[in-house]
Design a binder for this molecule. Structure first.
Ligand code: HEM
Length: 521
């Protein structure tokens, strides 16, 4: 069998890449980066938009930042998630949409989709705004107790986004902005930091083994006593208990005809009840959708918001431009007789929109998406790469099972798409951006890969965009932001890109911002 496999194996050994060891490959280079993305940026500069890195046990992994290649692999279901990556998703979210693949994914998505339609988002919008206003109030209160007026904004944003996802998706009042703490909110705190940052070599090797085990064994890994798995187990135990309880409540209300709510969960359960037994979701899948939404829908947006505020805090001039834009639109809303800005108002703010897009480009929370080839294939490239043997190639043949990493962080800085200033944070690039002729782009928003692409693109991207707009507009109307001197922010690789302060890693996720309340509010 080995001989047959080797004979038919399309090796990627001739693709250039950094030196690596047999046991650990380049895993330590990736997981122990000082500033997340720097290794990919360095390798992209050295080898072009596709390169090879080592996985554990001598595995060759193809890394892609080339737009044409990425467009290719995100089309359809031809590049499913790699077993170890998928299993980690299962430990954190269950067998919901993030985990499901192929026909199962298609079936689940049909049932969930109505919860994220444009009409639905308009319904959620007042919740975004009211939580944003509450955040402002809470920050003002916190400032009265702070001498230096520097607030670690990270936990406040996590509370806000958790409260939002609770009310919009689950009809569950987390109320964390009001200091309400329960078992579920406490397991969220520093979940990724506790479980996955700076993994020791042993943990990486253990994880590397998963790719060589039959997939049916992997769920049993959850019961091993490893630190990461213990953290995940505790979290999932609590999340599933809460989700099951909520699901029971909704089902009971529906049976008695009392549920006419429009949160995502209610819509999903209602849509599910109209499906036949083969098209519908099982009870376990329904619970998993809820644990998926809880996690995917709050940490991601809170992290992006941290980076957005950090960038704004360093650029007073851009802040002023946004504030002026918001004030103009606010006057128009008042002239119309409206109490608050509408969703359309928010969408008509070019400066605010530009910084939201540039934040997604520059600080992609899911920096790597790990896939494998579902069949033998040839991946096309936009820009030729030079192989080790000195040839320039525009195609990479791969065998079924070949590990592929879509480097979201590298694609989002790819010079062919973004130009020579790709490594500069510059929201103005979006003000009158013209796409380069003949250069394909990937993704669902702002031409960035941050929300993935194709059939597996993020279902909550629009939700997240409106949420970010709502929060940033509120904060800019109420505060001037500046970044405290002497602090360095680190982009730390966890499952999602996380912010920490250099020299203060033991304090977990931090984004210190100096806030000055604006007097006219
Ligand atoms: C800044 C915020 C967000 C970012 C950067 C983000 C990013 C992503 C990415 C990269 C994926 C694809 C993962 C993969 O294929 O391995 C994804 C999928 C998903 N996201 Fe998001 N997301 C965000 C916000 C949200 C929100 C607010 C929700 C829900 C309310 C959500 C729910 C989901 C779900 C359910 C999936 C699975 C979709 C599928 O496979 O069909 N996300 N997200």
């Amino acid at each position: 069998v080995q001989w047959y496999q080797r004979r038919n194996h399309r090796s990627i050994k001739d693709i250039q890449g950094p030196p690596s060891t047999w046991l650990l490959g380049n895993e330590l280079d990736i997981w122990w980066q000082e500033q997340l993305g720097e290794t990919d940026f360095k390798w992209m500069a050295q080898y072009g938009n596709a390169w090879r890195v080592g996985g554990c046990f001598g595995e060759d992994v193809l890394v892609l930042a080339d737009p044409k290649a990425l467009q290719h692999i995100f089309r359809g279901y031809n590049y499913p998630k790699r077993a170890d990556f998928r299993q980690t998703i299962r430990f954190l979210t269950g067998t919901g949409l993030l985990y499901a693949d192929g026909a199962d994914h298609h079936r689940q998505k049909r049932v969930i989709d109505p919860g994220f339609g444009p009409g639905q988002l308009r319904q959620f919008y007042p919740i975004f705004r009211s939580k944003a206003a509450k955040l402002s109030t809470k920050l003002r209160e916190a400032l009265t107790k702070s001498e230096d007026k520097i607030i670690n904004i990270a936990p406040w944003l996590a509370h806000t986004t958790l409260d939002i996802i609770g009310e919009t998706a689950l009809n569950y009042p987390f109320n964390t902005l009001d200091n309400h703490q329960d078992e579920l909110t406490s397991v969220y705190e520093n979940l990724f930091i506790d479980a996955v940052t700076f993994p020791p070599a042993g943990a990486l090797i253990f994880k590397g083994l998963w790719c060589y085990l039959p997939e049916w064994i992997l769920p049993w890994m959850a019961y091993l006593p490893a630190k990461q798995l213990r953290v995940f187990r505790r979290y999932m135990g609590v999340a599933r208990r809460v989700a099951s309880q909520l699901l029971d409540d909704v089902c009971r209300e529906m049976v008695s005809g009392q549920n006419n709510r429009r949160d995502v969960m209610s819509l999903m359960v209602r849509a599910n009840s109209t499906q036949g037994p083969k098209q519908g979701m099982t009870n376990d899948e329904l619970v998993s959708q809820m644990t998926t939404l809880m996690l995917a829908g709050h940490e991601t947006t809170a992290s992006s918001m941290n980076w957005l505020l950090w960038e704004l805090s360093k650029d007073l001039e851009y802040q002023a431009l946004c504030r002026e834009e918001i004030a103009n639109i606010r006057s128009q809303a008042i002239a119309r007789g409206d109490d608050d800005l509408s969703m359309t108002d928010l969408e008509n703010m070019p400066y605010v929109t530009a910084i939201v897009k540039e934040t997604f480009r520059f600080h992609p929370i899911a920096y790597h998406l790990v896939r494998k080839a579902g069949h033998d294939d040839v991946i096309p490239l936009l820009t030729p790469i030079r192989t080790k043997s000195g040839q320039f190639v525009t195609e990479i043949p791969v065998s079924k099972g070949q590990s592929v990493i879509a480097s979201v962080c590298a694609y989002n800085r790819c010079a062919e798409v973004w130009g020579d200033d790709a490594h500069v944070f510059n929201p103005r690039r979006y003000l009158n951006r013209e796409k380069k002729e003949g250069v394909p782009t990937v993704g669902v928003y702002g031409d960035v890969l941050t929300f993935a692409a194709g059939a597996r693109a993020c279902i909550g991207w629009k939700f997240s965009v409106i949420e970010l707009h709502s929060l940033v507009v509120e904060l800019l109307e109420n505060f001037e932001l500046s970044f405290p001197e002497g602090k360095t922010i680190l982009r730390v690789p966890a499952i999602a890109m996380t912010c920490m302060v250099e020299g203060e890693r033991e304090k977990g996720v931090q984004m210190p911002i100096r806030l000055k309340p604006l007097v006219n509010c």
